[in-house]
Design a protein around this ligand. Structure first.
Ligand code: NDP
Length: 240
């Protein structure tokens, strides 16, 4: 039987590429999204993958959403915590709302979603969790204390949960993308982006498929000896 996978923020950008890679590899995939119903509908039209709307920052919404997915597709054996947002600003201008939204959506979501699936994974003796961190969680980034803190938190979260899951057949790993060509990066002013690309030794932005390939590798049944790792996929921009 195909394993069931949930990709949060799966309807656009990196998440979409992860969904497609998992589907092509034979997984039964559910994508989650936050509020962009038009993008979600277009995604399902393109891929045939069902999309479920719930706010990953809300514990109650996640619990209900994951229950609905389990009813439709079966218990979730592979969880990719990918949903994320930026709300940039230097510390002296950042509002508490900007701080909280980024912490809740990027880091709180990892707790909310993992909590909703972990008991089932423990009972079944199998689970794969991959958390999408960031180069900016590893290296820090001007104007992103909220995002860097959340992503850095993901890397600690990964290592702690990996220790808890190891004896139960559950691996927990992180992927730390560099700059990837998605809506999130297209929001960066072109002159800033040009400077960023000059600092990438490989000489280009990442493609969503570069990240998807890494996730697919980590969730394989055969990858059961890889846990608590962070794989950097950044064109050599930051060697951690
Ligand atoms: P996009 O902005 O292209 O897509 C974000 C996805 O997350 C969308 O599907 C969006 O849904 C969903 N989402 C946002 N907020 C919520 C929420 N509260 N609840 C549920 N879903 C939500 O992002 P990317 O593909 O660029 O990024 C994916 C991940 O990779 C993020 O965690 C990001 O931080 C990380 N990353 C990205 C990098 C890059 O260069 N692009 C670099 C390093 C890390 P909706 O369409 O409804 O808004």
């Amino acid at each position: 039987m195909a394993r069931t996978a949930l990709v949060t923020g799966g309807t656009r950008g990196i998440g979409e590429a992860i969904c497609v890679a998992l589907k092509d590899a034979g997984y039964s995939v559910a994508a989650n999204y936050g509020g962009n119903a038009a993008a979600a509908q277009a995604f399902t039209g393109r891929t045939g993958i069902p999309a479920y709307q719930f706010d990953v920052a809300s514990f109650d919404a996640v619990t209900a959403g994951i229950q609905a997915i389990a009813q439709d597709l079966g218990p979730i054996e592979v969880l990719v915590n990918n949903a994320g947002i930026t709300r940039d600003g230097t510390m002296h201008k950042m509002t508490h709302d900007q701080w909280q939204a980024v912490i809740d959506t990027n880091l709180g979501s990892c707790f909310n979603c993992s909590r909703a699936v972990i008991e089932g994974m423990r009972e079944r003796g199998f689970g794969r969790i991959v958390n999408i961190g960031s180069i900016n969680g590893q290296a820090g980034q001007y104007g992103q204390v909220n995002y860097a803190a959340a992503k850095s938190g993901i890397h600690g979260f990964t290592k702690a949960l990996a220790q808890e899951g190891a004896a139960k057949g559950i691996t927990v790993n992180a992927v730390a993308p560099g700059y990837v060509d998605t809506d999130m990066v297209r929001a960066v002013p072109p002159q800033v982006l040009e400077k960023i690309i000059k600092r990438i030794p490989v000489g280009r932005l990442g493609k969503p498929e570069d990240i998807a390939r890494t996730v697919l590798f980590l969730v394989a049944d055969e990858a059961d000896f890889i846990t608590g790792a962070t794989l950097s996929v950044n064109g050599g921009q930051h060697m951690y």
